[in-house]
Design a protein around this ligand. Sequence first.
Ligand code: FES
Ligand code: FES
Length: 265
Amino acid sequence: MGFPQLIEEDFQCLDQALKELLGKTDADAALLVEKAGHLIHLAGEQNAFPPDVLATLASNSFNAVQFMAGLLNEDKFPGLYQQGERCSTLMLNVDEHCMLVIIFRADISVGAVRYYAQETAKTIANQIKVAQERAPSVSFDLTDLNVADVQALFRRKDESPASAPAAEAAPEGAVAADPPEPETPMEPLMAKRSPYIVTLNAGAHWWCACGRSQNQPFCDGAHKGTGLKPLQVEVAESKRVALCGCKHTHNPPYCDGTHAKLPVS
Ligand code: FES
Ligand code: FES
């Protein structure tokens, strides 16, 4: 089963749960990591280590030890503890999708961290269930893929047209002649660091992938000359969705939480 689509209210809940855990345990950082190693969300210290690398390594260790436990006929695998001299790491299972990684000073009791982290894992698992029930047919599967494959998997498809349909196209008076397209597409601009929660009416819509539209989150034709193209999103019936505003999602056009990991300029 793929990872459910998360919207802003899910991220708020996850963020609050992780921050509460840090407040109760005095841990340095708490990461929510998808089991294929994709960092979903992070609270606390993030400058002392590369969060994406840590997420990948943590999931590798977790999966390896869980597999080993399976070979030893252990049906349950609640988590993994690495004891350090300066800081320790606790990894706990959340659900079939993801795990919790907590980094804390070595002088903090692992028992206390584990106790509160179990509560946090339950809160997160419940919210992921809510997300799943909200949009049961929308999910993305990262299992067995490395990050590079994930990016390839979710790369925008090229079959979208060079310009947007009339309903969401550039207003009258906009550029008459199309500028040449560069060989290498330009970087998308961040329209905003959070998703656009919108209700799409039944039919086709064009999500702005370049970040230059003045009619966010929809294309207005401003991508011309950037080498970027809008992405069509079609819905059978009116639907509330979270469209990516940062333009760096790996699951376009939907927000996948990547905005939380982008550097602040
Ligand atoms: Fe068309 Fe951004 S304006 S993709
Ligand atoms: Fe969330 Fe872009 S706004 S991934």
